[in-house]
Design a protein around this ligand. Structure first.
Ligand SMILES: NC(=O)c1ccc[n+]([C@@H]2O[C@H](COP(=O)([O-])OP(=O)(O)OC[C@H]3O[C@@H](n4cnc5c(N)ncnc54)[C@H](O)[C@@H]3O)[C@@H](O)[C@H]2O)c1
Length: 334
């Protein structure tokens, strides 16, 4: 399938921008660089600096995906063939403080995009969902048929969007594909999330906060591997299907932090246990055999290597990370 116009929501965010950088270099698309249209509200989490290196290679609309008129006029003008939908409120701790923007953007925003996409007969709609829709798992791994049982307000709002897309596929034969990635990390991640927050705290001579006793397990996927996986699924994924996208690199938070401290070359005791997150999921783990077997994608970066790349990037981009400090301190009441 040849794509001419690709509309990316949330393209100024962490994963969306990695995807746009990959797309705009025409990698994985055999040299053809499609027209890229980004729709992003530029919330606290959005930042066009992430797209500096590919400036001029995309069109940008500062628009809220919840705005039916705003989205409608962009679709009418740009006539996208494909929509890759990243835009979301993405941080669990913020959803515990206030679920309102999560319900608005993640549910209503998705519905607005679905209706505009139907009206304009787009060829493929890719929803970037999350492994958190499954809830937690103590033993074993979730596959794409595991029940959806989200626990945080963030995960519940993403699950609602995921189910809405499934309903459109079933009811309207809507040409959608759902992707459920595991925890991402890497360059340009907003430092409210564990790994960049830890780096920010160390750069500020502080200690890394670790929830509870640090026993929660996450499956860490390097962001460029994730972007390449999304590209693969965009090109080859079957309409109506759901694909898990995980790295199989599982690590307890305390082990991840200790590996990070080692990579940063600082003492192993530069962390502190803090009061646990409410309702904290103990473990996420994905069976990603479907995307590996059927579509040939494989993650290429293991956790130690990915942390090294992230630390090297962070040392070069300290000013960017530190520019978010005031907001992050407000969130964690420092
Ligand atoms: N980060 C992860 O580890 C992870 C893992 C699995 C799935 N996901 C999903 O991947 C997607 C991208 O995650 P991320 O980490 O890049 O998020 P992010 O918070 O870094 O970026 C979100 C982007 O969406 C934009 N946005 C927010 N509300 C909007 C609205 N109403 N209208 C238009 N734009 C809006 C923001 O400005 C920002 O650019 C999300 O859907 C998230 O749920 C993330």
């Amino acid at each position: 399938m040849k794509y001419n116009n690709i509309l990316v929501t949330g393209g100024a965010g962490f994963i969306g921008s990695a995807f746009v950088r990959l797309l705009s270099k025409g990698l994985s698309l055999k040299g053809t660089v499609p027209e890229i249209i980004i729709v992003d509200k530029l919330t606290y989490a959005g930042d066009l600096e992430r797209l500096e290196e590919v400036k001029g290679r995309f069109k940008f609309y500062k628009t809220d995906i919840c705005s039916k008129n705003g989205v409608g006029s962009i679709f009418a003008k740009e006539k996208p063939d494909i929509v890759v939908h990243f835009a979301a409120e993405s941080h669990v701790d913020r959803s515990i403080n206030d679920a309102t923007p999560f319900v608005e953007t993640n549910i209503k925003g998705t519905q607005v995009l679905l209706d505009a996409s139907r009206k304009h007969n787009i060829k493929k709609f890719i929803l970037i969902s999350t492994d958190e829709v499954y809830g937690e798992i103590v033993n074993g791994r979730f596959n794409e048929n595991s029940p959806i049982k989200p626990n945080s307000p963030y995960a519940a709002s993403k699950a609602a969007a995921d189910l809405l897309v499934q309903a459109y596929i079933r009811t309207n034969k809507f040409p959608a594909v759902i992707i459920r990635p595991s925890n991402n990390y890497g360059p340009w991640q907003y430092p409210e999330k564990l790994i960049p927050l830890a780096i920010l705290r160390i750069l500020g001579e502080g200690k890394v906060p670790v929830y509870g006793r640090g026993l929660n397990v996450r499956e860490w996927l390097y962001v460029d591997d994730c972007a390449r996986g999304i590209m693969t699924i965009m090109r080859k994924g079957k309409i109506g299907q759901t694909y898990n996208l995980g790295s199989a690199c599982e690590s307890k938070n305390i082990d991840t932090v200790k590996l990070l401290l080692k990579t940063l070359g600082v003492s192993q005791d530069r962390f502190e246990f803090v009061k646990d997150r409410l309702g904290h999921d103990i473990r996420y783990s994905l069976n990603s055999r479907k995307v590996t077997r059927d579509l040939g994608w494989k993650p290429s970066i293991k956790l130690a290597q990915g942390l090294k790349l992230t630390v090297d990037w962070s040392l070069k981009r300290q000013a960017w990370l530190k520019s978010k400090l005031g907001d992050v301190n407000k969130l964690y009441k420092k």
